[in-house]
Design a binder for this molecule. Structure first.
Ligand code: ZN
Ligand code: ZN
Length: 173
């Protein structure tokens, strides 16, 4: 994802529109446990802040596929990730900021690294196939969205069974 920035590199305040599409095949995040089901679209503006710095503001949009947190059904979710990145020609002096500043090399920048960094930081911890997903039965493992097993009725805590009989005795008195 190399972008030639020579047009705006020497003009302070100059900007250029970025509208890119990174094919999902280009980004292999399988080893990170991330399965993208659509390309990553990047839209935004690259602005020359000063003679040695470019500022990118925009967003990355993609779709991830993960098992539903409750019922494990493969589920897709669109994610929109805001991006604000700084590209500099200066060697990085402060160690602390190293991860957030990217380099301009030979009048080009590469958006791939910042995009991957952002995606990794913004992957939801869990997703649901639907808000009201009923999940799996804890006893027989059946998908409760698909069928209702009768495990719950059979599994009454013996302590509650005792209480129940107490209550029914009370009623009879
Ligand atoms: Zn579910
Ligand atoms: Zn069950």
């Amino acid at each position: 994802m190399v972008i030639n920035v020579s047009d705006i590199l020497t003009i302070e305040g100059a900007c250029m529109n970025i509208d890119l599409c990174i094919p999902k095949e280009t980004i292999d995040l399988y080893d990170k446990g991330i399965n993208l089901s659509s390309p990553i679209k990047i839209k935004g503006t690259l602005t020359n802040n000063s003679m040695s710095e470019l500022y990118f503001e925009g967003q990355a949009i993609t779709t991830i596929q993960m098992p539903c947190d409750r019922c494990l059904t493969p589920t897709e979710e669109n994610i929109v990730i805001p991006m604000e990145e700084i590209f500099t020609q200066k060697p990085i002096a402060e160690e602390g900021n190293k991860d957030e500043i990217y380099l301009i090399k030979e009048q080009t920048i590469n958006l791939l690294t910042p995009v991957i960094d952002r995606v990794l930081l913004n992957i939801p911890m869990k997703i649901l196939c639907k808000k009201e997903c009923k999940g799996l039965c804890m006893h027989c493992g059946c998908n409760l969205n698909v069928k209702q097993c009768d495990c719950i009725e059979h599994e009454i805590d013996p302590r509650f069974e005792k209480l129940k009989s107490l209550f029914s005795e009370d009623k009879e008195v």
